[in-house]
Design a binder for this molecule. Structure first.
Ligand code: S3P
Length: 433
């Protein structure tokens, strides 16, 4: 694939952008609808490579997915106990969410399923899901001591048993896998997180009539008789996609950008808190609800940012936004210290390493630590044009693009991975030039 050159932008970002559908909610909308027995119309679906991996997997398991338009699907399942044995290997592509959640859904089934994925997904840790599912009685075999793809899920000896599981790391994917297995388990399934991660699974299970119990950061459920599918799911816009424009408009002088239809679920809005703590000029307008998810239009204007510090407690609320926040910190006066971000080392690539290796080429002000980053930003630095590698990681590619736009330009190697979460990213970016 050809490199992509992003020129420095010579004017402020002005106008409005409609933010595409949320990746996490899009995945779940298809998965959960496939467990109902009535058609669900899904609108503002994100037609990205990751979400299409989920569509492919659910079709292989017998769900009917009619694609009405790229952003509108109708999904019809065969009921909670209606999944059927797939005839082929299930390919999760680049998508950790597809793989981890589906392992939870398939562990209780009485058929064999085999998972694969791309080279990045083969490197990512799956033991964090296999371990609790095995404690419930699941029979899962993976490479490298049951931690890596390819993975085979074999029928368990009997029904899975509910457990109480204290998660060592806050992770919505692990939490969701356990809750999905709990839909089929005897007794009560309880997951306890060190900090609350995104709660889209909980909200959507409730929209499908499942009762959940909450106590502190513990969530419990019992197997329901069936899921009662809603007629419609309206996917909110993805704040993780809005993140690039929030940062770009904050640091590029003379910007005023309206980002329309952004999900503002409080388990996802850590980036707004951090940017506001750095002095960003952000207003939430027209707050409303999109099904069970809150949304707003976000007006962002350029501002003089200053450094900040944050750590483990806010991390689950902004884990995917650290690359974008790093660019904000590179332009902010003073030091930004990010700790408690060790999970970044096991994302689509090691994002701590990727950020320090690539962004330092554009402006040498970043030090990587074991579990975070120290960024000494501000006007004292001179930005230069550079050729930077995306590691085929969508969020690194998009962050490089905004850094190039705001800094002195960039040439991105392997730029096309933006299709994983934001297929129209470069087209949207070009509208702003
Ligand atoms: C996601 C959870 C997060 C996030 C990922 C999507 C989800 O991962 O990084 O992009 O949809 O549940 P972890 O659960 O591993 O933190």
């Amino acid at each position: 694939m050809a490199n992509r050159v992003v020129e420095k932008i010579k004017k402020g970002l002005r106008g409005e952008l409609t933010i595409p559908g949320d990746k996490s909610v899009s995945h779940r909308s298809v998965m959960f609808s496939a467990l109902g027995d009535t058609p669900v119309r899904i609108t503002n679906f994100l037609p990205s490579a990751d979400c299409l991996s989920t569509v492919g997997v659910m079709r292989s398991l017998g769900a009917r997915v009619d694609i009405i338009s790229p952003t509108e699907l109708v999904v019809t399942g065969n009921g909670l106990h209606g999944l059927r044995e797939p005839e082929t290997v299930l390919d999760a592509g680049n998508s950790g969410t597809t793989l981890r959640l589906m392992m939870g859904m398939l562990a209780p089934q009485n058929f064999v399923s085999v998972f694969t994925g791309d080279s990045s997904l083969h490197k990512r840790p799956m033991g964090r899901v296999i371990k609790p599912l095995s404690l419930m009685g699941a029979n899962i075999a993976g490479r490298a001591g049951n931690t890596k793809l390819p993975i085979t899920v074999i029928p368990a000896a009997g029904r899975l048993q509910g457990i109480t599981y204290e998660m060592p790391v806050a992770s919505a994917q692990v939490k969701s896998a356990i809750l999905l297995a709990g839909l089929f388990a005897d007794g009560t399934t309880i997951v306890v997180e060190p900090y609350t991660s995104r709660n889209h699974t909980e909200l959507m299970l409730e929209a499908f009539g499942v009762e959940l119990g909450y106590k502190g950061t513990a969530i419990s459920l019992q197997a329901p008789e069936k899921l009662i599918a809603p007629a419609e799911i309206i996917v909110p816009g993805d704040i993780s996609s809005a993140a690039f424009w929030l940062v770009a408009a904050s640091v590029i002088p003379d910007s005023e950008l309206l980002l329309k239809n952004v999900g503002i679920n409080p388990t996802r809005t850590g980036i707004l808190d951090v940017l506001q703590a750095m002095g960003a000029d952000i207003s939430l307008l027209n707050k409303r609800c999109s099904g069970s998810e809150p949304v707003a239009d976000i007006l962002v204007r350029s501002a003089r940012l200053h450094g900040t510090s944050f750590g483990a407690d806010i991390m689950p609320r902004l884990v995917d936004e650290i690359p974008a926040i790093t660019v904000a910190a590179m332009f902010a006066e003073g030091e930004t210290v990010i700790t408690g971000a060790g999970e970044l080392r096991v994302k689509e690539t090691d994002r701590i390493q990727a950020i320090s290796d690539q962004f330092n080429k554009l402006c040498p002000c970043i030090t990587a630590t074991e579990d975070g980053l120290i960024i000494r930003g501000g006007s004292g630095h001179k930005w230069q044009q550079g050729t930077c590698f995306s590691y085929d990681d969508h969020r690194i590619a998009m962050t490089l693009a905004i850094a190039g736009m705001a800094g002195s330009g960039v040439e991105i190697e392997q730029p096309d991975c933006v299709a994983i979460s934001y297929p129209d990213f470069y087209e949207e970016m070009m509208k702003l030039y």
